[in-house]
Design a binder for this molecule. Structure first.
Ligand SMILES: Nc1ncnc2c1ncn2[C@@H]1O[C@H](COP(=O)(O)OP(=O)(O)OP(=O)(O)O)[C@@H](O)[C@H]1O
Ligand SMILES: [Mg+2]
Length: 359
């Protein structure tokens, strides 16, 4: 991942008065797997369409390898696209479907056929070459759509919710498949999803979007462990968000007093400037909390226990009006201690696992 492959500079799009994408800057490195993540309507598809040339921006530029392609036609850009609805040609065989983009690029027939078979090997479906799309499952069709996009080796592949229509198990398999192909080909990928788990597993970096603008851009770990805003903390993974006030600041380490029971403790800053006396929200991930029947910490009554497969989750009422229950999670074990509903429990954590988000 050396030079930047795709540069987006002040790119913006409006529909009438509505700002679908505020002027946005984004650099994607060669070979990077970048995911656009965000709620419905946050501008993910808009940004992707502007990169692909399927929509025209009102301002800003798109550069590929330094060349300005902002107003070029889609086919003039070295870009492949895979959509949620794979849109294979129904009357063509799988092989003909994959050969099609090569034919359009005037690749000789024998060479096109050889490369199509190679692409089919890549998605592990060489045996379906002669079939029609309707003779394949949804997951297989999506793999063919991927093969059809890879076959002409674009430098950049854009994917808009490519796994959205698949069931959970198939999604998991396809995620691994796409990662493997990305590793083997070294293609730059810009991937759109609104599934935060998918974004976390797949990406080198995540660009979290909100209301037509970038909310935070960074590695999955950056966003997960150092959210810059409450929106990020809330969107990525489950979290307990507790109101607090900063008592003192020592570099990156803050002493905080929680509104919950006046409990004091330490938390790390999220990188934003902060001063004593400031109100913050302390983020605690459920799996970083420990629970016991005595000791120092936050006390809560056990409301509910849920076994969600690999994790067991405890919900505690902290007694604070209007506060969400505190969630504690730990790996499910047959031998785990049994707690009774209504029982008071003490929750504690390590300073390094608490992050203060300034408001
Ligand atoms: N052609 C259009 N005309 C008017 N408004 C549009 C048009 N295309 C998109 N929008 C609006 O722009 C906003 C961003 O849309 P976009 O499709 O980029 O969202 P998204 O993040 O891809 O959402 P989703 O997760 O639902 O696909 C939405 O509010 C949408 O209604
Ligand atoms: Mg979309």
């Amino acid at each position: 991942m050396s030079s930047s492959n795709l540069q987006i500079s002040g790119l913006g799009k409006r529909y009438g008065d509505f700002v679908a994408l505020a002027p946005t800057h984004l650099d994607v490195a060669r070979g990077e797997f970048l995911t656009l993540l965000g709620p419905s309507g946050s501008g993910k598809t808009t940004l992707l369409s502007l990169i692909a040339g399927l929509a025209q921006p009102d301002e800003g530029r798109v550069l590929i390898d330094g060349a300005d392609v902002t107003h070029g036609a889609p086919y003039e850009r070295d870009i492949g696209m895979v959509f949620q609805n794979y849109a294979l040609f129904p009357h063509m065989s799988i092989e003909e479907n994959i050969v099609f983009p090569l034919k359009m690029r005037k690749v000789p027939a024998a060479e096109a056929r050889r490369r199509a078979m190679e692409a089919l090997e890549m998605v592990r479906l060489p045996h379906v070459a002669a079939r029609l799309p309707r003779e394949l499952s949804g997951g297989q069709q999506q793999r063919i759509a991927l093969a059809r996009c890879m076959v002409y080796r674009p430098a950049i592949i854009l994917m808009d919710e490519p796994l959205g229509a698949l069931d959970k198990k198939l999604r998991d398999q396809m995620q691994l498949e796409i990662k493997r192909i990305h590793r083997e080909l070294g293609t730059t990928i810009v991937y759109v999803t609104h599934d935060q788990e998918e974004a976390m597993t797949m990406s080198d970096r995540i660009c979290l979007m909100n209301g037509g603008a970038i909310e935070q851009l960074g590695t999955p770990a950056d966003l997960y462990f150092r959210p810059r805003t409450l929106f990020v903390a809330d969107f990525l993974g489950e979290s307990n968000l507790l109101k607090a006030e900063v008592a003192s600041v020592d570099g990156d380490v803050l002493s905080v007093r929680l509104a919950h029971q006046g409990v004091t403790g330490q938390a790390l800053s999220n990188g934003a400037p902060i001063k004593a006396g400031q109100k913050v929200t302390v983020m605690l991930r459920p799996q970083n909390l420990r629970v016991g029947t005595s000791g120092a910490g936050l006390t809560g009554r056990l409301l509910d226990v849920m076994v969600t497969g690999s994790l067991t989750k405890l919900y505690l009422d902290s007694g604070v009006a209007d506060a969400e229950p505190i969630v504690v999670a730990y790996p499910t074990q047959r031998q785990a201690e049994q707690y009774a509903i209504g029982q008071p429990l003490v929750v504690s954590w390590q300073a390094a696992d608490a992050v203060a988000i300034s408001e």
